[in-house]
Every structure is written in structure tokens, then in C-alpha cells.
Design a protein around this ligand. Structure first.
Ligand SMILES: Nc1ncnc2c1ncn2[C@@H]1O[C@H](COP(=O)(O)OP(=O)(O)OP(=O)(O)O)[C@@H](O)[C@H]1O
Length: 345
């Protein structure tokens, strides 16, 4: 488990203080794949680097499996650092060494026996699917293969935590997907907690159990990935969610809205599998309004579905008001699409 307890970090740059982290409180449970997302400069890298002491908090503490690494020295600190692996955007492999030697390096640094090094490196290269590349050099590998080697190297010392610093940002979408699948396998088979930073919400959607959104050094929202996707609260979170799930009113609905009459209203109703919506239309009809389903779009994130229905209701002013009250009392989020194509609460 990783606990950020009131962590702040400031840097001095040109005699100016820059606050990279501003009182961050966050708990990463053991076994989670936890994503931290934010725009450039939000403080993601600094947060990640505070876990393995590449940066030291100005105030507050980071607890890793119950230990505050800032209070440890020499051997004790090195031992704890070996339980934290890290992978990087640009892989950071040693170009002059073979794939085998790159993966073996962390083991040789702690004087592991030759037989054990051979056994472990062979096992790890097989785990990442690159047994045949042991004698190759990094320059002979594709980006995805280099990251696989980076992962094998990070796992060499049997860490309990893996830090991923924009690990797929230099890769194409297909390779990104294969690396994310490998990270899932690392989490599942080696039971390693993964803390991953990214600026891509698609990465969070594909691999993370939980996510924290950062802005200006603060965590502005956090929660389970399906919950954050289904109902983002902070403006920055909404922007990230919209980057993978557009939140615009479909053109066909906008065309219809232009033609609605005085006794009609077009509503956008947010639905999720937390709220049964199968009988929605018949329930509304039972209240005296006629209902046209104009458009429906559903998404699924990690087994949770949610989406939007666009419905045109027709009835007297009173019937329309009753229908709307019914929806709101049933806890559906409802907005009206007006003739100017604006969404009004
Ligand atoms: N060593 C440093 N010296 C001075 N300022 C720094 C240093 N490291 C980070 N910063 C500043 O701290 C802030 C947060 O930087 P950080 O790299 O953590 O953000 P980030 O969210 O990871 O951004 P990016 O996605 O661009 O990497 C930025 O304003 C950055 O310029």
C-alpha cells in the first residue's frame, strides 16, 4: 500500500518557488492498478518520483507498505528501493549491453549468483514474450519490445510495487494496448501494485482499477474507474472523459430539436446500470405523455454500462412537468436540449 499523507513539493527555479505538489492525500491499496492523470505540469511525475525517493517531499510523508523511506538510510533504504520497480517513457535501457545483461543488471548489482541470474532472467524474458531476444541489443528492438525489456528489468528484484512513468506515451495505439495487457498480467500473476501516470484517458480506461485526476499539484477527483467515467464531477475530469467518450448532442437530435412544437420537450437522460431504465418509457407513457426515443448511446467501462437517451416528450405543460419530476425523483440526471441546441439543467 502507498499512502501520500499531506505531500507537498516545491522547487526553486530562477529564484521563484514552483509548487509541484500541494497537499496531496491519496491511498493506493495493495493489488490495485492506480492511474494518475493530468495535463502537462499537473505534478504527476513529481508525485510518482516521491514514492521511490527520486524526489523528496518538502512536507508531508509517503508511506510505502508502512515505511517512510525518507527516514531510512543506506542498506535499509536500498532494500526498500529494490521493492519498487520503475519503467519509463523512453525505456532507459543501456544501449551497449545486450537484452540479457540489461535485465540482469539489477540482480548483479546486489551480487546475485550466476545461476540465479540465469534462471531469473530466462524466466522474465519468457514472461514478457522475448526469450529469443536475449542476445540482441536495444537498438535492434522495436519500441514495444524495448518497453517489454524495461518491464522485465523492473521485475528482476521481485518488487511489490511497479511505478510506470508515461510508459506507453512513446508507443502507437496497438503496441500501447499490448503493453497494457502485459501490465495487467504483471498485476495479476505477480500480485504487484501498479501506480501509473498518463495523460491519456484511454490508458486509464483500459487498465486501471482506480484513478486520481491532478491539476496544479492537487488531486481534484479520485475514485473507481467506472464511477469516474460514468459521472465525472470536476471540469478537468470531464475534459479527460470527453476525450474518449464524446459528450456532444448528436446532430440528428439537434435537427429534430429545431422542429419541436410548444407542447414538446427534448430531454437528455443519463442512464447507468445502477438505475433500471428498461421500463422508463412505459412509466413515462403511464404519466400521460407520449414519448419518442430519438437517440440512445451506451458505453461500457470495465463491465459497468452507462449512457444517454434523448427523448421527445409530448403533452400538456402539467404532464411534461410531472414527467420531468418523475425522472428526477428516480435519480436520473436530466437536461433539456433547447431550440438553440443548449443543454439546460
Ligand atoms: N526539478 C525541477 N525543478 C524545477 N521545477 C520542476 C522540477 N521538476 C518539476 N518541476 C515543475 O513542477 C511542476 C510539475 O511538474 P511534473 O513534471 O511533476 O508535472 P507532470 O504532470 O508530470 O507534467 P508532464 O506530463 O509534462 O511530465 C511543473 O511546473 C514543472 O515545471
Amino acid at each position: 500500500m502507498i499512502v501520500f499523507d499531506g505531500v507537498s513539493k516545491s522547487f526553486q527555479s530562477n529564484k521563484q518557488a514552483i509548487t509541484a505538489l500541494d497537499n496531496v492525500n491519496l491511498t493506493i491499496e495493495t493489488g490495485d492498478i492506480y492511474g494518475v492523470i493530468g495535463f502537462s505540469g499537473a505534478g504527476k511525475s513529481t508525485l510518482l518520483r516521491c514514492v521511490n525517493q527520486l524526489e523528496k517531499p518538502t512536507s508531508g510523508a509517503v508511506w510505502v507498505d508502512g515505511k517512510n523511506l525518507a527516514t531510512l538510510r543506506n542498506g535499509a533504504l536500498q532494500k526498500e528501493k529494490r521493492s519498487i520497480g520503475m519503467i519509463f517513457q523512453h525505456f532507459n535501457l543501456l544501449q551497449s549491453k545486450t537484452v540479457f545483461d540489461n535485465v540482469a543488471m539489477p540482480l548483479r548489482l546486489v551480487r546475485t549468483s550466476k545461476a540465479e541470474v540465469n534462471q531469473r532472467v530466462t524466466e522474465l524474458l519468457s514472461f514478457v514474450g522475448l526469450s529469443d531476444k536475449a542476445k540482441s541489443y536495444p537498438e535492434q528492438l522495436s519500441g514495444g519490445q524495448k518497453q517489454r525489456i524495461g518491464i522485465a528489468r523492473a521485475l528482476a528484484t521481485n518488487p511489490s510495487i511497479l511505478l510506470c512513468d508515461e510508459a506507453t506515451s512513446a508507443l502507437d495505439p496497438e503496441t500501447t494496448s499490448s503493453i497494457l495487457q502485459l501490465l495487467k498480467k504483471v498485476n495479476r500473476e505477480y500480485k504487484i501494485t501498479i501506480l501509473l501516470i498518463t495523460h491519456e484517458m484511454a490508458v486509464v480506461r483500459e487498465v486501471c482499477h482506480k484513478v486520481a485526476v491532478m491539476e496544479a499539484g492537487k488531486v481534484v477527483e479520485s475514485g473507481s474507474v467506472p464511477a469516474v467515467f460514468a459521472s465525472p464531477q470536476h471540469e478537468t475530469t470531464k475534459k479527460f472523459v470527453q476525450s474518449v467518450i464524446p459528450n456532444t448532442v448528436p446532430q440528428s437530435v439537434l435537427e429534430l430539436v429545431k422542429k419541436v412544437e410548444a407542447d414538446q420537450t427534448v430531454l437528455e437522460v443519463s442512464v447507468s446500470d445502477q438505475q433500471p431504465s428498461t421500463t422508463l418509457i412505459s412509466e413515462l407513457t403511464g404519466l400521460g405523455v407520449s414519448v419518442d426515443l430519438l437517440y440512445a448511446s451506451m458505453n461500457e467501462v470495465q463491465g459497468t454500462s452507462f449512457g444517454k437517451l434523448y427523448i421527445a416528450l409530448k403533452g400538456s405543460r402539467q404532464e411534461l412537468a410531472i414527467a420531468r419530476t418523475y425522472l428526477e425523483e428516480s435519480h436520473f440526471k436530466v437536461r433539456e436540449v433547447n431550440k438553440h441546441a443548449e443543454l439546460v439543467a
